[in-house]
Design a protein around this ligand. Sequence first.
Ligand code: HEC
Length: 154
Amino acid sequence: MRHPRCLSLAAAALLFGSWALLGCEQPLEPGDPERGHRLVLQKCTFCHYVDGRGGFIAPPLEKGIALAEEVARDYEKRAADLERLHPKSHAAAREKIAAVLAEKDSTRRLELWFDTYLRDTKFDNPMTKMGNVLLQDQERVDIVAWLMTKRVLR
Ligand code: HEC
């Protein structure tokens, strides 16, 4: 049974479109790359070129994915550079960065990096030109699942 507080505030939560506001999040489904693909076409093509359509404000998404793979592969360097060049940003994101560094499996590390990046694009690079895209948790998980199918480096 759901917590009564969750039920009584459910209507308010629906207004905001977020259960997370109540601290009684619904469990997420595993990422679905097909749903992720549809979401990417809706939410990312304003700036990124994907599947023959989209904008040129940002690198084509394929390029963005390859860049992210390089970042994740050499994450020790990203973390060290951030600490040296932007110590305050590094301190603010210490836990998120440590979590990525702790992930020694390259697939899981990249997945976690994408997830953290899509929650807060500036977490480990205050100079990035990509701002946050408003995504619900399930949308983010689905998008990450699709991004993972587009990896170039293995
Ligand atoms: C408002 C424009 C805009 C939107 C919308 C946008 N991006 Fe970006 N994105 C950028 C820009 C600009 C860059 C290049 C960042 C840089 O060079 O610092 C970028 C870079 C990236 C990168 C490479 C990150 C790195 O530093 O390695 C990934 C991955 C990415 N975007 C994924 C996405 C996904 C997925 C979406 C949709 C959920 C999305 N972007 C939506 C503008 C956007």
